[in-house]
Design a binder for this molecule. Sequence first.
Ligand SMILES: NC(=O)c1ccc[n+]([C@@H]2O[C@H](COP(=O)([O-])OP(=O)(O)OC[C@H]3O[C@@H](n4cnc5c(N)ncnc54)[C@H](O)[C@@H]3O)[C@@H](O)[C@H]2O)c1
Length: 259
Amino acid sequence: MSDIEFRDAVAVVTGGAGGIGRALGARLSAEGARVALVDLDEAAAAAAAAETGAAVGLGADVGDETSLRAMIDRVEGDLGTIDIYCSNAGVATGGGLGEDGDWEVSWRVHALAHVHAARVLMPGMAARGSGVFVVTASAAGLLMLMQSAPYTVTKHAAVAIAEWLAVRHGGSGVQVHCLCPQGVRTPMLEGDSGGRSEVGSSGRILEPDQVAGEVIVAIRENRFLVLPHPEVHDYETAKVADRDRWLGGMRRLLSRLGQ
Ligand SMILES: NC(=O)c1ccc[n+]([C@@H]2O[C@H](COP(=O)([O-])OP(=O)(O)OC[C@H]3O[C@@H](n4cnc5c(N)ncnc54)[C@H](O)[C@@H]3O)[C@@H](O)[C@H]2O)c1
């Protein structure tokens, strides 16, 4: 169990203008945290903050280290030392193998954003012996989104970064969590018909608030992996047990979807 105290904790949620990030911010605010919702879309972040009880909505590009550092400085200046950081922003780009630009943005937002935030925040959290760092990866980071190589590969990177942080810093009182949902009803899923049919074919579509609730429970239990779709554990177990069989099953699913 965790001794985390949400009341008056300072929390940052990136990708906070909508979807899972907005729901996470709302849950954390309801728990009494002082939340900064951060998004590329500053006006949407400010609107989401006003609607969900967050302390502030800010604009920043978490794929850009300078912008991310300026955002962290601003939050710490205005609200105080960051206790909870949810590195949640994400992009759906690049069908198939994608273009180089799809890889570039996916790498920046799904991998480097976590690294840059951890570089700034982890030393202080480790020195204080407390802090929570949540990486939103995806079930695609454990398994695959057949529709997109850039998404799949960079979400695998996100899982690996979270595991690395958990090993390096998890023993010092810092909590690291990795969120790996399948389908969640958000603007990202709604705007991506290929991804929607693939995700919809393999499981239930959850509401963002359900996913945010699972994150709060995992933080309280100090449990690394957050699987709002528990069946993902069985899929991953099957993959590791027999990769050829798993690949064959994925090929059959791909041909059923006609993609
Ligand atoms: N919706 C799903 O089915 C699903 C499943 C698994 C994982 N995820 C992951 O959950 C996270 C949240 O996604 P969502 O489904 O809520 O989608 P969403 O599109 O509603 O939210 C993503 C937010 O991130 C913001 N963003 C993108 N690039 C940014 C950047 N460089 N800097 C700051 N903000 C940026 C967007 O403006 C957007 O508001 C993502 O990491 C996504 O990959 C989503």
